[in-house]
Design a protein around this ligand. Structure first.
Ligand code: NAD
Ligand code: TDX
Length: 332
């Protein structure tokens, strides 16, 4: 049985990955998570205690990270401050967790010669024009726009430097936008679903023409597992599932699936520096690692996600009001 350290394993994607690894593999997983506003231990409920250990701690805590890394075979590093809107309000935690946290992880895996997989985002490549037929590839230049994406880009570059300079055995993945259960209500899709469930009107930034490339979180997890198991050290893999849709289209679908009129939403002040379009070419992952997404029907995945939020109000209830109050203060 291999031993995995998963950072950020109480968050949206990290907890899905832990569940995926325990359901489909034979790993023992140690989760390291600071339980910020975005972390929730209930996202890991029901998993067997014999396969899972939880450590409440910070990825910038070098002595703790050093000890935990020494006790495992490989690290999958999800922990991050993840929300663009928060990064516009207060960038500092993004620098601490995303940059210094990744540096701390790199130094520990270097010292103990452990394999590292670093989880990143397509946002490091900046934006594409709406009418540009191209998509991001692993060779695209780094052009991050926001404090969030610039700290993720910084972390990716640190990983590349540690691979080249110190021979650290690391891989990187850059995924497109995830959706699915257990996503914090600050993010676009859960925000709109839970607002409708609460009788509030959904909020679309600007004209809603911005395009995101949606992938189900289960498919992100299976892709990360494929890279951890079969990826070549030093390589970067883009993760996406051909899911480009404008925000206006996604909101229209949510409204239809939830039985609301098509115009039952508000247009609000746009995000500062709002990237127009992200689009990922996942050919390398598909051809070199044989990975394929399991969720190919976005409407079906969205309908199941809506049902999950309907059935699990207890999971999101306490976060909803403070999150909406934060948005309201900024006219969003
Ligand atoms: P999230 O905000 O839901 O979860 C982040 C988790 O990290 C939380 O459990 C939080 O408590 C923990 N954390 C934060 N700071 C920490 C610290 N200093 N020490 C230890 N733990 C800390 O984020 P997510 O959406 O699950 O994203 C996870 C990773 O995947 C991030 O690296 C993100 O950049 C990447 N990613 C996410 C998406 C997406 O659409 N959600 C897409 C591409 C890449
Ligand atoms: O209320 C809203 N209204 C709205 O129109 C919110 C919260 C968002 N939006 C727009 C902004 C984006 O164009 O919807 C789109 C998606 O927004 P987010 O859910 O905040 O995601 P995004 O900024 O695209 O980043 C996400 O994908 C990449 C994750 O939050 C990142 O962690 C990941 O790296």
């Amino acid at each position: 049985m291999s031993r995995l350290l998963v950072t950020g394993g109480a968050g949206f994607v990290g907890s899905n990955f832990v569940r995926h690894a325990i359901d489909h593999g034979d790993e023992h997983v140690t989760v390291l998570d600071a339980l910020t506003y975005a972390g929730d231990l209930r996202s890991l409920e029901g998993l067997p205690a014999s396969r899972l250990a939880f450590i409440h701690g910070d990825v910038t805590d070098a002595p703790l990270v050093d000890r935990l890394v020494s006790e495992v075979d490989a690290v999958v590093h999800f922990a991050a401050e993840s929300h663009n809107d928060n990064s516009l309000r207060d960038p500092r935690p993004f620098l601490d967790t995303n940059v210094v946290g990744t540096y701390t992880m790199l130094e520990a895996v270097r010292r103990h010669d452990r394999r590292l997989h670093h989880v990143s985002t397509d946002e490091v490549y900046g934006e594409l024009e709406l009418d540009d037929p191209s998509r991001f590839t692993e060779r695209a230049a780094y052009r991050p726009s926001s404090p969030y994406s610039s700290t993720k880009a910084a972390a990716d570059l640190l990983v590349r430097a540690w691979v080249r300079s110190f021979g650290v055995r690391a891989t990187i993945s850059n995924s497109s936008n995830n959706y699915g259960p257990y996503q914090h209500v600050e993010k676009f899709i859960p925000r709109q679903i839970t607002s409708i469930l609460r009788g509030l009107r959904p909020k679309l930034y600007g004209e809603g023409r911005n395009v995101r490339d949606w992938i189900h979180v289960d498919d992100h997890s299976s892709a990360v597992r494929a890279i951890v198991e079969r990826g070549a050290v030093g390589e970067t893999y883009l993760i996406g599932a051909d899911g480009e849709r404008s925000n206006a289209e996604v909101l229209a679908l949510i409204l239809r699936l939830m039985g609301r009129p098509a115009d039952a939403f508000d247009r609000v002040v746009d995000r500062a520096g709002h990237d127009l379009r992200y689009a990922v070419d996942p050919s390398k992952l598909r051809t070199e690692l044989g990975w394929e997404p399991a969720h190919r029907d976005f409407e079906a995945g969205l309908a199941a996600t809506i049902e999950w939020y309907r059935d699990n109000e207890a999971w999101w209830r306490d976060a909803k009001d403070p999150t909406e109050a934060g948005y309201a203060a900024r006219g969003q």
